[in-house]
Write a protein that binds this ligand. Sequence first.
Ligand code: ATP
Length: 504
Amino acid sequence: MPATSMEELVSLCKRRGFIFQGSEIYGGLQGFYDYGPLGVELKNNIKAAWWRSNVYERDDMEGLDASIIMHRQVLRHSGHEATFSDPMIDNRKNNKRYRLDHLVKDQKADVISKVAEAIGQSAENFPAVVAALNANPAQASQALKEAGVRDPFSGEVGDWTEPKPFNMMFKTTIGPVADDESYGYLRPETAQGIFTNFKNVVDSTSRRLPFGIAQIGKAFRNEITPRNFIFRVRELEQMEIEFFCTPGTDEEWHEHWLEKRLSWWEAQGVPRSKIEILDVPKEDLAHYSKRTYDLMYDYPTLGHEEIEGIANRSDYDLGSHTKNQSELGLVASVEENLDSIAKLTIPHPETNKPVVPFVIEPSAGVDRAMLAVLSEAFTKETLENGNERIVLKLKPHLAPIKVAVIPLARNKAELVDLARSIKSDLQKLGLGRILLEDSGNIGKAYRRHDEVGTPYCVTVDFDTVGKGEDASLTDTVTVRDRDTLAQERVKISELTAYLQAKLK
Ligand code: ATP
């Protein structure tokens, strides 16, 4: 059974070294997290699984790793400077700031209904309520006060200001220049690095439509209220694809990617039955989107929240950068002479005329993926002896540690040396991390590896080295299966082949 509460996951992540609060020794920094010894392995494994499936196993994809800090012109002409904002509202009583939609969503149902009514909307259509509040700031402030919207921090009804947009991009100065113009942005999505490199990739690979570019990397959003552990953070990681296709085929490709992405989640242990597909209402679409499917995973405690967005970005980005390039005099005007534009177009597969392709963008968050994968794998079981165990039933390809090799006694050099040599042989198979676990207490070691999802434990005991009671067990080890708890005696000479078959 998956985790039933976020608390359970947070506690496991801290206890076992998956995730720590960022800058913790100085009191922590809100919205920033550090991934510990096991977290970094799990994260890397998720990213590798995504890359394998979306780049290596397809014939129409290329990879990219663009820089994080971008020219301000990129984010101006992508529309982010003007529109990448969330509505912020202050409570005059205690100067606390909130994201307007989160503040209203977290109120009791009757309060939400009153807000909706005051703004002439139905509470059933929450995006429309938020859109109306944003469009009428003075009315919004009044509506919140009248409806008795409470401050989540103080619990009292707030004295609410008019909401105003808060741009979420992090600005940064570049180089030791004193003028106001020398700044760039930390990218708020990895996508723009793909758009700005579109032509470089086409020219260096001879790709023709349809094809895609994949990228995994950090993105930064100065969220008004980061919350819910790693669900909403200010430094996040995204796994994004921009899939370029001929205008008119975009809707078909949109459906293709929806299907592909759902089956990828399934292969990571996140079943379709736990994901709702939200066809995002028009009033809630991002500025670039023609249509977006949000995959809403049923997170413990939070309920259905977005784990991935699959957007049809139309020709918005490449079109907008092309137009800007022409305004800057770098290429001919788009409207005047499409044929001569050298920048962000590609030959139409049928007419060979330059065309600005349409783009389908599956964009998943690595941090939200971690939460979902952990949540699905989290299992509490009652054993035959009545004891309870927590076990992370992670798919083996995601497990942070693939095999723990455990000498039965830590002070017996013969056992420890043999365990070390077995570990070293297994490590060479390239399966991922193999751990020498010489903490000494076998029971504790099994419990720990259950909790961190290690699929197999290999134990080297006195029988293994011919000093036990059963001579027939010499040169064999015990292999313990995390899920079934079955223990099997395997010859050391056959161990690598045995585990390779199990873990493939
Ligand atoms: P939300 O509505 O939850 O703020 P969004 O619609 O702004 O998300 P997108 O811009 O579509 O998100 O980003 C694509 C993906 O990046 C999301 O599906 C999510 O997995 C991830 N993501 C976005 N913002 C954050 C964040 N602040 N923290 C963690 N992951 C995020």
